[in-house]
Design a protein around this ligand. Structure first.
Ligand code: AHR
Length: 535
C-alpha cells in the first residue's frame, strides 16, 4: 500500500516538471548530526520572485552562438531556419524568461548593421576579445529574435556604449521597434519582419569600467544619460504600463569601482529627459585566483570548498549594492540586475583559452542553487539575473559537440526551479549548521520558499556538505503538512558530470519529505539540491 502511494506520488512529481523522475537509489551515507531547524513563515507574503531572475546570457564568444545555437539552415544538424532544434527544445523546458545578447565585452564592439540583411552579404569582422576569431555576423538581429520566438523568451539587448555612438544605438532601436514606416522600419520589413519587435530590457552598456572603455564612474554616467535619453523604444505596445522597456545601467564591478553610487546619485537628481529602472551587478565565482582559477573537473574537496566559499561572496556583494541603492532609493523603484554571474574556471585543456569552455559538475549545480536561493530571498530588490552563459561558455546549461548535446547539472537546477518563476517569496529562517574543511567554515544548509500562483507552497533545500547528510526539521507556520514531494539532485562525487556517453550521471530523482509530529522531516544526502512541493 505504502509502495503504491509512493509510486503514485513520484508519477505526480514527474508530471509537474514534464518528465518521469526515477527514485533516488539508496546511498551509503553516514547518519546526519542534529537536525537543522527550518521555519517557513508561510503566513507572510513576500515580494514577487521575478521570473527574470532565471534569465540567460548568450554572447558571441567561443561556441556560445556559433555551433551552440546557430548552425545555419544548410547544416545536417536538425534546425529551424538555422537554429538548433535540440537546444531550443531543451531551453523551452526550463522556460527561459529572457536572453541577454550580444555581449558582454563583445557587445562593447558590436555594430548592428553588420548583422542585418542577406547573410551572404554580411561582412566578416573580428572578435578581438574572444579568441581573435572571425565573426561571420550570420547571427544578427533577425536571427536573435527568431531564436527568442522559438524558445519563448524575451529580449534583453545590451547596447554598445563602449565603441558605438548614441546615434547608432538610436537607429538600431528605431529599426527594431518602429511601427511607423520610417526608412529603418521599412528596412526591417524588407529583412523579413514587418511588425516591430518587443524589447523588454535595454542594457546601457557593459562593464564600461573595464572592456567597455575603462571609463571613470562620472564619465560613464554622462554617457549613460545620453544613451538612456536617445535609445527609444517605439513599439506602440510598449508605451505604457508593465510592458514598457526597462533600462539597466552598468553598476559595480565586484571590485572597487563606485559605479552604483554614481549612477544612483545621478538617478536621484535626474531631470525628466532620462530614466533607468535597473542597475547591474556582475559577480563571478572564481575558485582560486583570477590567474589560476582552478579546473572545472577532476578536483577534490579542497577545490570544492574554496568554490563554495567563493560563491557565497555574492551575499556580501548584494548586501553592499542594496545598501547603496537604499540610500538613494528607499522605495526600491530601481531594481538590481545580476546580469552576469556564475562559476569561471580554467578552460578545458586543449580548447582555445579565449572560448571560456569549461565542464559543468554537481558542484556547479549546487552553486547555481545557492545563488538562485539568494536572489529569491532578496526579491524585493533583485528583479533579474542572467547566468553566464547559456550554451558552451562558462557555467553553461547546455554543452554541444557537433550534433551531440548534453544537459548539465546547472541545467537540471534551472529545470527544478521552474515552480519558483513569478511565485511569491515566503520568508524562511534557519540555523544553517556548519560544513568545515580545513580552515574553511561554511553554512551547511541553505533554503528558500515561495508560494506559486495556484497557492502551492514550494521549498528549495541545499546540503553543501560533501560527506555528511543533513536532517532538516521544518515547521510551516499555520500549516499541518501531510508531507512533501519533489526532486533531488546528487551524485557520488562533487565533480560528477554528464557527457554524451553518460548523459544521466547527474540528473534529478524523485524525493520525499515526511510529516512527523507536526513537522516535515527531510533527510538530504550529502552534496544535494532538492525542490519540493509541500502537501
Ligand atoms: O562572460 C564573459 C565576460 O565576462 C563578458 O564578456 C564580460 O562582460 C565579463 O567580464
Amino acid at each position: 500500500m505504502l509502495g503504491t502511494r509512493i509510486v503514485t506520488r513520484i508519477a505526480a512529481v514527474g508530471a509537474l516538471w514534464g518528465f518521469a523522475a526515477q527514485p533516488l537509489p539508496a546511498l551509503a551515507q553516514s547518519s546526519p548530526g542534529s537536525p537543522v531547524r527550518l521555519e517557513v513563515h508561510a503566513s507572510q507574503a513576500g515580494p514577487n520572485i521575478n521570473r527574470d531572475i532565471f534569465g540567460q546570457f548568450a554572447e558571441h564568444l567561443g561556441s556560445g552562438i556559433y555551433g551552440g545555437i546557430w548552425v545555419g539552415p544548410n547544416s545536417p544538424i536538425p534546425n529551424v531556419r538555422g537554429i538548433r532544434k535540440d537546444v531550443v527544445g531543451a531551453l523551452r523546458a526550463i522556460r527561459v524568461p529572457n536572453v541577454r545578447w550580444p555581449g558582454g565585452c563583445f557587445g562593447d564592439n558590436y555594430h548592428w548593421r553588420n548583422g542585418i540583411g542577406p547573410r551572404s552579404k554580411r561582412p566578416a569582422t573580428l572578435n578581438p576579445d574572444w579568441g581573435s576569431v572571425i565573426e561571420p555576423n550570420s547571427f544578427g538581429t533577425e536571427e536573435y529574435f527568431d531564436f527568442l520566438d522559438q524558445v519563448g523568451a524575451e529580449a534583453f539587448i545590451s547596447e554598445n556604449v563602449g565603441s558605438g555612438t548614441a546615434q547608432e544605438a538610436a537607429d538600431w532601436f528605431e529599426y527594431m521597434t518602429s511601427k511607423l514606416p520610417t526608412t529603418l522600419a521599412k528596412e526591417r520589413a524588407a529583412n523579413g519582419h514587418p511588425s516591430p519587435y518587443k524589447i523588454k530590457y535595454l542594457g546601457l552598456g557593459n562593464e564600461n569600467w573595464g572592456c567597455g572603455g575603462a571609463m571613470s564612474a562620472d564619465h560613464y554616467v554622462e554617457e549613460m544619460k545620453r544613451f538612456a535619453r536617445y535609445t527609444r523604444n517605439y513599439n506602440p505596445k510598449q508605451q505604457s504600463g508593465t510592458e514598457t522597456m526597462k533600462r539597466i545601467a552598468v553598476g559595480w564591478d565586484s571590485g572597487n569601482s563606485d559605479y552604483t553610487d554614481a549612477v544612483m546619485r545621478a538617478w536621484k537628481d535626474k531631470v525628466w529627459s532620462w530614466d533607468i529602472e535597473g542597475v547591474s551587478l556582475h559577480g563571478y565565482t572564481i575558485p582560486n585566483s583570477w590567474e589560476k582559477k582552478g579546473p572545472s573537473v577532476g578536483f577534490g574537496e579542497s577545490e570544492y570548498a574554496k568554490a563554495i566559499q567563493a560563491t557565497l561572496k555574492m551575499k556580501d556583494w548584494i548586501a553592499h549594492q542594496s545598501a547603496i541603492m537604499d540610500k538613494y532609493d528607499p522605495d526600491k523603484k530601481v531594481g538590481l540586475y545580476v546580469d552576469e554571474w556564475g562559476i569561471w574556471t580554467d578552460p578545458d585543456p586543449g580548447s582555445n583559452p579565449g572560448f571560456l569552455q569549461q565542464q559543468n559538475t554537481l558542484r556547479d549545480g549546487i552553486i547555481a542553487a545557492l545563488n538562485l536561493n539568494l536572489f529569491m530571498r532578496n526579491a524585493d530588490r533583485i528583479r533579474g539575473a542572467n547566468i553566464a552563459q547559456m550554451v558552451n561558455v562558462l557555467q553553461a546549461m547546455i554543452l554541444t559537440d557537433g550534433p551531440k548535446m548534453v544537459l548539465t547539472p546547472t541545467y537540471h537546477v534551472y529545470h527544478m526551479y521552474v515552480p519558483f518563476h513569478d511565485a511569491a517569496e515566503v520568508p524562511v529562517s534557519f540555523d544553517a549548521g556548519t560544513y568545515s574543511y580545513g580552515d574553511i567554515r561554511l553554512p551547511q544548509v541553505d533554503a528558500a520558499a515561495a508560494r506559486d500562483r495556484s497557492g502551492k507552497l514550494w521549498l528549495s533545500l541545499v546540503n553543501v556538505d560533501p560527506t555528511r547528510p543533513a536532517r532538516i526539521a521544518t515547521s510551516i507556520e499555520g500549516v499541518t503538512s501531510q508531507g512533501a514531494s519533489g526532486l533531488i539532485m546528487t551524485a557520488p562525487a562533487v565533480d560528477a558530470h554528464n557527457t554524451s556517453s553518460r548523459p544521466n550521471d547527474v540528473v534529478p530523482r524523485a524525493f520525499e519529505g515526511r510529516a512527523s509530529g507536526g513537522q516535515l522531516l527531510f533527510d538530504l544526502p550529502p552534496k544535494s539540491v532538492a525542490v519540493l512541493e509541500v502537501r
